[in-house]
Design a protein around this ligand. Structure first.
Ligand code: SF4
Length: 395
């Protein structure tokens, strides 16, 4: 068995080797993991002595920080930090070896950025796929009803803090499915096990997650009230190790059935405004002319005729899908007013549905009334057209 001195020397060797690996990897130069570890180790006796040379080589490659932690399966600075903390427990105890500064809050939801994707904000289920990024992507693609947001989690401190802040900013979230492969067991982040411990045992007075096996399970950028609100709001559904999206989709469906509705709590600030939609009062004419839409069932096509505002047909567009027709109309310069574009998009979708289902189709009149001034400038020719776009046959 190695003596204390031998174990320390061995650990310093590991730190030196691992930092050299990070120095050689461009991705680490702009990563908070490397920068924070190097800064923290520089404050120790070893950092001022035998590690000084390697630490200054590392500082020489620093670039402006682009991310806190990339969550790499092998993270050299993290291995270095773990080796140091094990060999020098007294010095390691007080070191901030992970980037733990508060990330910048942005407007809207989710307020904190991360490796996640929002499907629908008012659904009750969030899914954390831990280190299984592919699983999160597949769930987003499937977008099952009930799924609000899905994303990964790589760290047991910053990552969990972001989940807490993002969850309490949306009272509609009531369940969190924890699935996928837990991260970087060799490095010791273990965010999945740590998050489960948070639900099971909470935090101590230093906001260290009780029972967490991750190396640095401290929540520094959230308040005790925020942690309590998160635990009250969310029911954890532990499925660590599950990577089958079919199983997760089924679970989301089951949870949706027992959605208790939005939670009421005092800590979340209202981050997204809800606006009641109102009907359009005034119709804005499009100087580019107007469009007549109809399905041609015999040829299985959607047809769109373009007329000038003098009532002259100058182009006919035919196609199978709504997207093909509106993008062609935009390319031709036939849609220059937003109201007009929205109205035509809706009409094309109805015409496409008519082709698919056989439902009757009659082009709706565009919403809103034409103002007196626009009616005057309309002239007489267009009023005899059968377009439904506007009161006088124009949009
Ligand atoms: S997580 Fe670790 S290995 Fe990955 S870029 Fe950051 S410092 Fe490098």
């Amino acid at each position: 068995m190695a003596s204390g001195k031998e174990a320390e020397d061995k650990a310093l060797e590991v730190v030196t080797q691992q930092l050299a690996e990070a120095v050689a990897a461009a991705k680490c130069h702009k990563c908070g993991c490397l920068q924070q570890t190097v800064e923290a180790l520089s404050t120790t006796d070893a950092g001022k002595g035998s590690l000084a040379d390697q630490l200054s080589k590392a500082k020489a490659v620093f670039q402006p920080k682009k991310y806190d932690c990339l969550g790499c399966a092998i993270c050299w600075p993290a291995i270095a930090a773990n080796a140091f903390a094990e060999a020098f427990p007294a010095a390691g105890e007080g070191l901030d070896l992970c980037p733990t500064e508060e990330p910048e809050v942005r407007k809207g939801w989710p307020p904190l950025p991360g490796d996640h994707h929002v499907v629908r904000s008012r659904a009750p289920v969030a899914v954390c796929t831990l280190n299984s990024g592919g699983l999160a992507a597949r769930l987003n693609e499937l977008s099952p009803e009930g799924l609000s947001i899905a994303g990964t989690l790589h760290t047991e401190n910053l990552g969990i803090e972001r989940i807490i802040k993002n969850v309490i900013a949306n009272p509609h979230l009531r369940f969190l499915i924890l699935c996928g492969e837990d991260t970087q067991q060799a490095i010791g982040h273990l965010p999945g096990q740590t998050l489960q411990s948070l639900f099971q045992d909470g935090v101590d007075e230093r906001q260290r997650i009780i029972g967490a096996k991750g190396k640095r399970p401290f929540l520094k950028n959230v308040t005790r009230d925020e942690i309590d609100a998160f635990l009250k709001q969310i029911e954890l559904v532990p499925c660590i190790g599950e990577i089958d999206e079919g199983v997760i989709v089924k679970e989301i469906g089951e949870l949706l059935k027992r959605d208790p509705g939005p939670v009421e709590h005092s800590v979340a600030t209202k981050v997204v405004e809800t606006v009641q939609a109102s009907e359009q009062k005034q119709l804005k004419l499009d100087k580019a002319g107007y469009l007549v839409v109809y399905p041609d069932a015999r040829r299985n096509l959607i047809v769109m005729e373009h007329y000038t505002n003098q009532g002259v047909l100058d182009c006919i567009i035919e196609g199978v899908t709504t997207a093909a027709l509106y993008s062609t109309a935009i390319g031709r310069g036939f849609l220059t007013v937003l109201d007009h574009a929205a109205y035509i998009g809706a009409e094309l979708a109805r015409a496409e549905n008519s082709l698919l289902t056989g439902a009757a189709y009659v082009q709706d009149k565009a919403a809103g009334e034409i103002g007196k001034q626009q009616e005057k400038s309309c002239g007489t020719s267009c009023q005899s057209t059968n377009s439904k776009e506007g009161k006088c046959g124009k949009s």
